[in-house]
Design a binder for this molecule. Sequence first.
Ligand SMILES: [Zn+2]
Length: 152
Amino acid sequence: MRCPYCKSNKTKVIDKRDSDEGISRRRRECLRCFKRFTTYERVENVEINVEKRDGTVEQYDRSKLNKSIMKSVRKGSVEDEQVHRIIDDIESKLLSRKSKTVKSSDIGEMVLTRLKWLDGPAYMRFASIYRGFESLEDFEKEIKSLKKLNSK
Ligand SMILES: [Zn+2]
């Protein structure tokens, strides 16, 4: 982070506040010219470990989650921005948890509850990938519950 006045890269953080939206506000002081300035930094690296179904653990990856949601969404049916908002929302939920490890199935469920209201067909596709429906019966049950939800 460079000082906007003298371009020095030696600055210190004097105050830090994190918002729910994954944006962190930092008040900094330049160690060379002693001017103060505020930066808003996106918390890009959500430091969370994801435990996969097979038990392996990997670092949470936003672009991966984005890709998997976009795969389920029909072109033009959902805006990129809406997907970003879903992910922002999930990330802030994950960050507010005490545990730094989350099951991939939990993330899948969080996506599902949000997709359900946004785009029914995308929800179904995502569910079939993430829940790995075991049988046609499971799949039909899911469609029925979705129809019930939409007719309310
Ligand atoms: Zn400076």
